[in-house]
Design a protein around this ligand. Structure first.
Ligand code: PBG
Length: 327
């Protein structure tokens, strides 16, 4: 063995050296905070499986959005939980529905200082909990769902959303929403397309967060976790349909997909660090099994390194605060 001339450790020798040579860093502007607002609440309601995350009242949501601006976050992604549900998810298309009112309230508070995103999907609004409406045989009816998505999208844009997040995994959803928005004069409202959204056990806590009525699963519309090539097909279709940003979801178990997509995408790529990813780290940290802050930072950095330009994470505000405290 000759002398080791090559010593990668030199660049790890001090904190300043490590900081200077870091290949990736996270900026608050690329973080998006997902937030839940529930109709009829008088106090914010903690979500048991997501310690630190609440179902907001309209007021507490507005305060959270003002805080997001102060912290320099990129955006906020809004989800609504209605008081009443039905088979067609009427509360989603009603301009007075909780999500649409929340969009308007947040827009009135923050204006254009934050990218206001909203979920275009029926699962929070239907009494069966599926992301679309059902056909007579009980299957999820793709094309009938698209018609409702188009109405939801226009209603959300009317309410003041800057960017819509179609998350139902119906074929053609991005195109149908694009057409409806354009026809309504909303050419400048953009879409963050849940292009590669996998059927995942890690959505569990979200189902509590939105009080989901779902029995069964979403395997006939969300992607099979065994598939990698198919993600590229979904991305290509969404790009053709006019997606402005492409999203991969979940993040942690799909970093290979994220890297594949990042390599080919001509538009910004987002990743959603979902509820189960949040819950696992919080639970392990609460048990003293991992260092909470270090685990959070490492998990988000991993998503960034895999290729995400934009990261949706329930830790967005807290991370932004850490980043501020550091500088
Ligand atoms: C569907 C939707 C889901 C999530 C975001 N949008 C739930 C699902 O597909 O079952 C999950 C987000 C999370 O788990 O944090 N509207």
């Amino acid at each position: 063995m000759s002398v080791p001339y090559h010593r990668p450790r030199r660049l790890r020798s001090t904190a300043a050296m490590r900081r200077m040579t870091a290949e990736y860093r996270v900026d608050p502007a690329e973080l998006v905070l997902p937030a839940f607002v529930r109709e009829g609440l008088s106090e914010p309601n903690p979500i048991g499986s997501m310690p630190g995350v609440v179902q907001h009242t309209m007021d507490s949501l507005v305060r959270a959005s003002a805080e997001a601006v102060k912290l320099g976050l990129g955006g906020i992604m809004l989800f609504g939980i209605p008081a009443e549900r039905d088979a067609c998810g009427t509360a989603g298309t009603n301009p007075d529905g909780v999500l649409n009112k929340a969009i308007a309230a947040v827009r009135a508070e923050v204006g254009d200082a934050l990218v206001i995103m909203s979920d275009v999907c029926l699962d929070e609004f239907t009494d069966h909990g599926h992301c679309g409406v059902l056909a007579e045989d009980g299957s999820v009816d793709n094309d009938a769902s698209l018609e409702i998505y188009a109405q939801m999208a226009v209603t959300q844009a009317d309410a003041g959303a800057h960017m819509l997040g179609p998350s139902g995994m119906m074929d053609g959803q991005v195109a149908v929403i694009r057409q409806a928005l354009d026809a309504a004069g909303h050419q400048d409202v953009s879409q963050i397309a849940y292009a590669a959204k996998y059927s995942s056990a890690f959505y569990g806590p979200f189902r509590e967060a939105v009080d989901s009525q779902l029995k069964g699963d979403r395997r006939t519309y969300q992607m099979h976790s065994a598939n990698r090539r198919e993600a590229l097909r979904e991305v290509e279709l969404d790009l053709e349909e006019g997606a402005d940003i492409i999203m991969v979801k979940p993040a942690m178990s799909y970093l290979d997909i994220l890297a594949d997509v990042a390599r080919i995408s001509p538009v910004p790529v987002a990743a959603y660090q979902i509820s189960g990813e949040y819950a696992m780290i919080e639970a392990a940290a609460a048990n003293g099994w991992i260092d909470r802050k270090a685990a959070i930072e490492e998990s988000v950095l991993g998503i960034k390194r895999a290729g995400a330009n934009i990261i949706l994470t329930y830790w967005a505000a807290e991370m932004a605060q850490w980043l501020r405290d550091r500088s």
